[in-house]
Design a binder for this molecule. Structure first.
Ligand code: NIG
Ligand code: FE
Length: 410
């Protein structure tokens, strides 16, 4: 079955399917076609171009006058499988405690782990599916989801099985990341090697055997996992066929970027604190830097220095970090706005970072991230807007009229 979208005011992010990511100055270029058509056949984009070349017939025709079409957002960093919430910690922070102080009191990640361990797999699935549906309605059409709130063999497997079930039941590309190295459980506080051994000797082999994850992650940070710990974990993951995508430089720069690059990481994420050596280390690598501006917003911590990264010729991707502690929001529209407002990215750069570069950061550039022939028909139709820059400009407004996933309106 074919569907033809006609009179599209502007069709955004039209690219040859061979483009996998955009870097440096190229990020300021966003290819578009004004007064365009888009033709899809079942779940695939098969043609697009200027209206004067539009096909004359299709099984369905949808008139898009005054509206634009963009590829769906590619959210390459989330933790949407979690139990309950951490609203109380939000209030504690308003009243003066820091994120670090809350974590040191046994709150934070350990608080979420306790809740998740007590939640059944079915309940966890229902809570997580609700969030997935929510972000799809907000224009997300490909997503990465991490484990890391289990912290026991059983609970980490439970999280990853929930992700597997989401993959089976929802028609959007989902990638799973194993983040057993998210925090040290209380009982391993004085036996860090013991927990690293548990991850490497017990969790990882089971995950590989059941094929539950594509990526391996660690929270490489002062007070969490050291560079040496991260090195061991990434090495063990790579040996089992997992690709590193790593939490680094959120609060301190301790060599997380370098150890991730050593293991050919697909992405390094957070990067709120970057020194010139970190930026230099990324040059000439295939590793995608990923910024998470909603996390900076929610925790009132510095924003990733996007300008320094892009001006150094590097690519940059944007993602939400949707999780109960540092970013209880999965709204990529807010991410795009905040990147423009707080990180001085142009609308073109922010849209490239949230589509094609986000796809790259999940190894999904062949399937999603641009309007290209042969890619999945995952895109959204805007309401009537004067220009695409109006999307980040109108922060907080929902300017999406409808979302198509695999060619179907959701
Ligand atoms: O990416 N920084 C590490 N992990 C999450 C937050 C974890 C939490 O507070 O629950 C993040 O921000
Ligand atoms: Fe995260």
């Amino acid at each position: 079955m074919t569907t033809l979208f006609t009179n599209i005011k502007e069709l955004i992010q039209v690219r040859d399917a061979s483009v996998k990511k955009v870097s440096g100055k190229d990020m300021s270029m966003l290819p578009t076609i004004k007064n365009a058509f888009l033709l899809i056949k079942s779940d695939t984009i098969i043609d697009f171009g200027s209206m004067e070349n539009a096909p004359t017939s299709a099984d369905n025709t949808i008139d898009c006058s005054g509206k634009m079409i963009l590829p769906t957002w590619c959210d390459s960093h989330t933790h949407i499988v979690y139990a309950g919430n951490r609203e109380q910690e939000f209030v504690d922070r308003i009243n003066g405690l820091t994120y670090e102080e809350i974590a040191n009191k046994g709150g934070g990640i350990l608080n979420s782990a306790k809740k998740l361990q007590e939640t059944s797999e079915e309940d966890l699935y229902q809570q997580s599916a609700k969030r997935l549906k929510e972000v799809m309605q907000l224009g997300t059409g490909a997503i990465e989801i991490k484990s890391g709130y289990g912290l026991t063999v059983e609970a980490e497997l439970k999280m990853l099985r929930v992700i597997k079930k989401l993959k089976e039941n929802y028609n959007i590309p989902i990638k799973a990341t194993f983040l057993g190295a998210h925090a040290f459980p209380k009982e391993y506080k004085n036996n860090k090697e013991g927990y690293i051994n548990l991850i490497i000797e017990e969790m990882l082999p089971k995950i590989a055997e059941e094929n539950l994850a594509e990526f391996i992650d660690a929270f490489c940070e002062t007070g969490y996992f050291s560079v040496a710990h991260t090195d061991r974990i990434l090495k063990a993951g790579v040996a089992l066929g997992l690709t590193p995508k790593v939490h680094v430089n959120q609060f301190t720069t301790i060599g997380g970027v370098q150890v991730s690059i050593k293991h050919n990481a697909l992405s390094v994420d957070h990067l709120e604190v970057m020194n010139p050596e970190d930026i230099k280390a990324l040059q000439g690598t295939k590793t995608m830097p990923v910024a998470l501006p909603s996390c900076s917003y929610f925790l009132s911590i510095p924003y990733t220095p996007a300008r320094d990264i892009i001006n150094a010729g590097l690519p940059l991707a944007l993602a939400t970090d949707y999780n109960p502690g540092s970013t209880p929001s999965g709204n990529m529209n807010f991410v795009v706005s905040t990147a423009c407002i707080k990180m001085k990215m142009t609308p073109e750069e922010a849209i490239n970072a949230s589509t094609i570069n986000g796809a790259y950061a999940m190894n999904l550039s062949d399937e999603v991230g641009s309007i290209s022939k042969g890619k999945k028909a995952n895109f959204f139709l805007t309401k009537e807007i004067p220009s695409y820059g109006f999307l980040p400009y109108s922060f907080g407004s929902n300017l999406i009229e409808s979302v198509y996933i695999g060619g179907e309106k959701i």
